[in-house]
Design a protein around this ligand. Structure first.
Ligand SMILES: Cc1ncc(COP(=O)(O)O)c(C=O)c1O
Length: 390
């Protein structure tokens, strides 16, 4: 029997990740320089690895409480308070399987079929897919004319148009794919628009340790009652494969989120929870040397790309550059990126994969070594010069 038509109909709206498909295409090209990676190229700190080994040796092989070990939740509460002045008690924290599960849990918990979700674009595509899987309707707000930031007037306009169906707004700062982040004043202004409306705000702050221009600003400071905070150790401690995230919200909200979490994964892995506890307790500043290197790479890439006519919004966080393809070159970013990879041996993700406002751009991740970056920039410059000669 042909079963294709019998799946959950919402799956028909969701396509497999175009970013992943592009990365796989680029991986087939010999000697290609990959600016496609969305994860740190650094190793997990030694003291964290040692904690994981000790946890295995101590036979920490059983389930933990669903929301996480009390020790990790306490370490997370201390870390958030000391680093960012964000105050959650351990009962308000759920340990998730990466930030990804936290996003899924938050979206599934807050949306009913037909509810609308405001998502500023260009965006991390996962938010759109999760919203659709929950039966929600993404309302995409193109921010390219405002330096890739959602302004209070853009938010107000989206709310006016979408009416009282809006239940969720999703913000991500520092941003994947643009590297742009908000100031506290900008977030406070967004909070003023959202305050006292029946709208949750999912704040994805997974890149909070990678802010280059100042302390990390957060909507938690201005709208705590409505905010669901997603964060974790994936980017701060180079622990993407360990799959530990944190979901934080006032207790009445976490109580509900905990149901989806419990029935989806029971609990995060015990050994990696122990490792994350070590990371947050004894390595709160582990990201600093990485941040220093990311910043040097960012500055180098911007300077080199400028020389051949690319421009980009100043990325003040994360490890991405969102670069505008020069006007005299092919403005179809999908074609441009495929040709650049095939004939120029440089892989950068087409900007249009990140939604409205991304067309004509490329996303470059600088989570790769300086020697590869230097090689990549030389190849990019040669490719562009060749295009201009043709
Ligand atoms: C904005 C953003 N949120 C969440 C994630 C996923 O994080 P995790 O690996 O902890 O699931 C990523 C990974 O690239 C990301 O860029």
């Amino acid at each position: 029997m042909q079963m294709n038509q019998y799946f959950n109909r919402r799956l028909q709206q969701v396509k497999p990740s175009a970013i992943l498909a592009f990365s796989e295409f680029a991986n087939q090209i010999p000697n290609v320089v990959k600016f496609t990676l969305g994860e740190p190229d650094f190793n997990t700190p030694e003291h964290v690895k040692d904690a994981a080994i000790a946890s295995i040796q101590a036979n920490r092989s059983h389930y933990t409480p669903s929301n996480g070990t009390p020790e990790l939740k306490q370490a997370a509460a201390n870390f958030l308070a000391n680093k960012y002045d964000q105050h959650y008690n351990p009962e308000e924290i759920i340990v998730t399987a990466g930030a990804t599960e936290g996003i899924y849990t938050a979206v599934m918990s807050t949306l009913n079929p037909g509810d609308k979700v405001i998502i500023p674009t260009p965006t991390f595509p996962l938010y759109i897919a999760d919203s659709m899987l929950a039966g929600g309707e993404p309302v995409l707000v193109n921010t390219s004319q405002n330096n890739f930031k959602l302004s209070p007037s853009m938010l107000q306009e989206a709310l006016d148009q979408a009416g009282d169906k809006v239940r969720l707004v999703i913000l991500n700062y520092p941003s994947n794919p643009t590297g742009v982040t908000y100031t506290q004043a900008e977030l406070d202004a967004l909070a003023a628009v959202l305050r006292d409306r029946p709208i949750f705000v999912l704040c994805d702050e997974i890149y909070s340790e990678l802010n280059y221009d100042g302390p990390h600003a957060s909507l938690v400071h201005s709208l705590r009652d409505q905010v669901i905070l997603v964060t974790g150790v994936s980017k701060s401690h180079a622990m993407t494969g360990w799959r530990i995230g944190l979901l934080c919200a006032p207790q009445p909200i976490t109580d509900e989120l905990g149901k989806i979490h419990q029935f989806t994964i029971t609990s995060a892995a015990t050994v990696t929870q122990d490792a994350a506890q070590e990371a947050l307790e004894n390595g709160p500043d582990d990201a600093l040397p990485m941040r220093q290197q990311y910043q040097e790479r960012r500055d180098f890439i911007i300077e080199q790309m400028k020389k051949v006519g690319f421009s980009c919004a100043r990325p003040s966080g994360a490890f991405y550059i969102f670069a505008k393809i020069p006007q005299d070159l092919n403005q179809d970013d999908d074609q441009f990126a495929h040709d650049l990879a095939t004939n120029g041996q440089v892989a950068a993700v087409p900007g249009s994969y990140f939604g409205p406002g991304g067309a004509g751009y490329l996303r470059l991740s600088y989570a790769t070594s300086m020697s590869e970056i230097k090689r990549g920039m030389k190849l990019l410059q040669q490719y562009v010069q060749k295009q201009r000669q043709n």
